[in-house]
Design a protein around this ligand. Structure first.
Ligand SMILES: [Zn+2]
Length: 64
């Protein structure tokens, strides 16, 4: 019996666990969000954060 091969799409789908927001019920997309923070003297610090974005917090990350 040949073993059932997992297609690339199936592999990706299983690795990317889709999360659904309990508030709006929409799919939450993973996003790498970069926060800029001025540390003074004209220096900026960048903080990378992995966030999940849905309708509830979309504006928070995209309308800055
Ligand atoms: Zn939501």
């Amino acid at each position: 019996m040949p073993r059932k091969l997992t297609t690339f799409a199936e592999k990706v789908a299983s690795e990317k666990q889709i999360m659904y927001c309990p508030k709006c019920g929409g799919a939450m997309e993973p996003l790498l969000y970069i926060d800029c923070e001025e540390t003074g003297k004209g220096f900026w610090k960048f903080k990378e954060r992995h966030v999940k974005v849905c309708k509830c917090n979309h504006d928070q990350y995209y309308n800055k």
